[in-house]
Write a protein that binds this ligand. Structure first.
Ligand SMILES: C[S@@+](CC[C@H](N)C(=O)[O-])C[C@H]1O[C@@H](n2cnc3c(N)ncnc32)[C@H](O)[C@@H]1O
Length: 310
């Protein structure tokens, strides 16, 4: 089922495909509070381990919104892999129904066009079910994994196992839709991993849970210090499964500066107003006619005008 990538560059991408001029034009589900947290976790890794390298991985990329954002944290020597079915068939009927319901018009080309509007090169693309990912990415090589593919329990369960195997010690995993009413399988799988598979949650937002299989304490303390400085984010701490868990309410979150598109908006055509009729376009009256109009009685000029009109 896995397909290999055809190289596409900014120059060769199909002109009929999307050319977003702003990050906001890329469709997806990636809210300001999570943009802030992605920025924070990925920058914190850079700041606390400047020489350390670790790859980035996204399971479920859709049209590239979170991938475009994540890729700006890619450092020299690191690899970014994204895995998605895009227009390939899903591995089972339930996943196929999920795809038809939610992503009917999804194409790999649209992802590529969006991504190349913001970055010079495509990431490593694995067009396949996420179940193949452990055979494509080296074990213990990733510093950050975003799990946002199928929302069905069996698939998410497999993605959690994969994330655990692919993260390097202390790496961070982010799970999307871990508590939404329309996808109970994600909650069951994620909280199941907290209860039985050693996943330690660090922080939750309205849509994502961030955790680690390493020691959560240092990163949690650093995150709390940063949160104290944010007047746009409410936060609290609550004991869950024996560990402090940070909760963030981000409805007023101020989104970080968005990735910049390489496309400029098309110039807007300004309507040119019709020229006012100037002296040149006014009907001319000959000097002899003007003189006759001034000297003759009105009754005669009216009679002359009506004869000319006839
Ligand atoms: C919620 S979208 C991802 C959204 C994206 N991360 C964003 O922020 O815009 C889920 C994606 O998972 C993909 N997907 C669903 N089931 C999958 C599976 N079994 N293997 C790989 N990808 C899958 C879908 O094609 C879809 O693009």
């Amino acid at each position: 089922m896995a397909q290999t990538s055809t190289p596409v560059t900014g120059e060769t991408a199909d002109a009929a495909l999307p050319r977003p001029t702003r990050f906001a034009d890329v469709k997806g589900w990636f809210w300001p509070v999570d943009q802030l947290l992605f920025d924070w976790f990925l920058s914190h890794q850079r700041d606390t381990d400047p020489d350390g390298r670790g790859d980035l991985l996204e399971l479920g990329a859709y049209l590239g919104k979170s991938a475009i954002f994540t890729a700006r944290h890619l450092r020299e020597g690191e690899r970014f892999t994204v895995c998605d079915l895009w227009d390939s068939p899903a591995p089972d009927d339930s996943n196929s129904a999920e795809m038809d319901r939610s992503y009917a018009t999804l194409t790999r080309r649209a992802f590529e066009a969006n991504y190349l509007s913001f970055h010079d090169e495509l990431p490593t693309m694995v067009q396949a079910p996420t179940s193949v990912i452990t055979s494509r990415v080296e074990a213990a090589s990733c510093r950050f994994v975003h799990v946002d593919a199928s929302h069905l329990y069996e698939h998410v369960h497999g993605d959690i196992e994969a994330a655990k195997a692919l993260l390097r010690p202390g790496g961070i995993v982010s799970f999307d839709d871990f508590r939404a009413e329309h996808c109970p399988g994600v909650s069951a799988a994620v909280w199941g991993a907290v209860a039985t598979a050693g996943l330690k949650p660090i922080v939750i937002t309205g849509t994502k849970l961030y955790g680690t299989w390493g020691d959560p304490a240092p990163v949690r303390e650093a995150l709390l210090v940063w949160l104290e400085s944010r007047t746009d984010l409410w936060h609290g701490v609550e004991e869950v499964a024996g560990l402090p868990l940070i909760r963030i309410k981000g409805t007023k979150a101020e989104a970080p500066a968005p990735p910049k598109s390489r496309h400029r908006p098309a110039p807007v055509a300004v309507p040119v107003p019709a020229p006012e009729p100037g002296p040149a376009s006014r009907p001319r009256t000959s000097p002899s006619r003007r003189l006759a109009k001034d000297l003759l009685p009105p009754i005669v000029t009216r009679a002359l005008r009506s004869r000319r009109g006839a």
